[in-house]
Ligand binder design. Structure first.
Ligand code: ATP
Ligand code: MG
Length: 407
């Protein structure tokens, strides 16, 4: 029989990779909780339209990357390629806007995109994202960027914050016009995808990954030069807040993001070491309205968990491991010792192998234990245990009573 392997682009995560993955998750969740964001667990499947409407028809995600399939009644469903659309759908559906003057939510889980798999790019990957609904003040943008920056600091990853403003309904049309004029002039230098999208969705061209297109748009008009008063004020205030928070940033005039729903602020946190984006986000003041809700300004970000894990240098420390080794007829006592140690908060494993002390100590080393707890018949009689430090070789006997205070 042929062996089964996982589907291309879909990964098992285990061992040291999972330790890093979980260290990232813990750090992100901790910071979000300190900022008083509340979690929402969302379905992995939505009606395809939820994403088509929000992310935009003329984006790579919707055009090429979505896993779309009909259900048995022929309704078109999609595996979620990102989290924001689902949060917005839930925000409107459950009328969350009616509960509080503003709402701060976060989510976590797998996302699915039909992309060409490569290092740091999978078809199932994981994001943790956060959204602030109901605040148009750039203080909310600053909080979201602050959290993103702190995540990288906490994980000891060198990064830079790249930021731009892409304007609003008032000023974007002027910019768009100038951009299209420019793109028409340099059309000869663009890839076929960009030629196709330059009239429908010209901002996407600035986001194209093809090197010749990247080069060709270097001299393109800059969104920052076209901002209306309101957008300009918003952007300036945001930069002031970032300065107050001591967050270094660089303005990247070609940063537009690959999704259509953004307005005003867009930002990315880029790893210095690999030059890849690990966190991305921005403001999306019209999305709630466009999806049928009451107009509600919003801003958010998403963390790529695998990408951050890749950048973690050190493995997170685990608490020391104790392996309890029963010698002779002491299993019942050993079981009790295990429980006592666990009650003291120790990470404990009972050796399942029954053999000599020597063999069992070898086993303890293979299991990467830090301490061997030797439980022989003498120890059982005395209600004691012998603990051997497997790094130094030092061994000491403890009475069970003393143990409760000493270990
Ligand atoms: P990229 O430019 O790398 O394609 P993106 O702009 O499509 O990224 P977003 O939709 O903004 O990415 O998602 C936010 C974050 O999610 C990215 O910065 C990245 O860390 C992560 N991410 C996106 N796509 C993938 C993927 N296919 N595999 C792993 N992580 C991903
Ligand atoms: Mg992408």
């Amino acid at each position: 029989m042929a062996e089964f392997i996982s589907v291309r682009g879909f990964h098992d995560i285990f061992g040291e990779e999972l330790d890093k993955f979980n260290a990232v998750r813990r750090a992100v969740r901790r910071i979000l909780e300190l900022h008083n964001f509340e979690e929402v667990i969302l379905p992995v499947v939505e009606y395809a339209e939820v994403f088509q409407r929000s992310i935009g028809e003329a984006t790579d995600i919707v055009q090429k990357e979505m896993f779309v399939f009909p259900d048995k009644k022929g309704r078109l469903l999609a595996l979620r390629p990102e989290g924001t659309a689902g949060v917005v759908r839930a925000f409107i559906q459950h009328r969350l806007f009616a509960l509080k003057p503003y709402t701060k939510l976060f989510y976590e889980g797998p996302m699915f995109r039909y992309e060409r798999p490569q290092a740091g790019r999978y078809r199932q990957f994981h994001q943790i994202g956060a959204e602030v609904f109901g605040i148009s003040d750039p203080l909310a943008d600053a909080e979201v960027i602050n959290i993103s920056y702190k995540i990288l600091k906490e994980l000891n990853i060198d990064c830079s914050v790249e930021i731009n403003s892409i304007g609003c309904r008032v000023c974007r049309p002027n910019y768009r016009k100038a951009l299209v004029e420019y793109l028409n002039r340099i059309a000869g230098a663009l890839c076929q995808d960009c030629i196709d999208r330059k009239d429908r969705n010209p901002l996407r061209v600035l986001d194209c990954k093809v090197p010749t297109c990247k080069e060709a748009v270097k001299e393109a008009p800059k969104t920052l030069n076209f901002l209306c008063q309101d957008c300009e004020k918003h952007h300036k205030e945001l930069l002031d807040y970032l300065e107050s928070l001591g967050i270094p940033y660089v303005e990247n005039p070609n940063l537009v993001r690959g999704l259509d729903y953004y307005t005003k602020t867009v930002f990315e946190i880029v790893s210095q070491e690999l030059g890849i984006t690990v966190i991305a986000g921005g403001r999306y003041d019209y999305l709630v309205e466009e999806m049928g809700g009451v107009p509600t300004p919003a801003v958010g970000f998403a963390v790529g968990v695998e990408r951050l894990s890749m950048l973690l240098k050190e493995l997170p420390k685990k608490p020391p491991l104790y392996i309890v080794i029963p010698i002779g007829n002491t299993i019942g006592y050993a079981l009790k010792v295990c429980e006592l140690l666990r009650e003291r908060g120790k990470r404990v494993e009972l050796s399942y192998k029954r053999s000599s002390v020597k063999k069992q100590l070898e086993l303890a080393n293979k299991l990467k234990a830090d301490y061997a707890v030797i439980v022989g018949e003498d120890e059982m009689k005395e209600e004691s245990i012998s603990i051997k430090n497997l790094h130094t070789g030092e061994q000491k006997k403890y009475s069970l009573k003393g143990l409760l205070s000493e270990v």
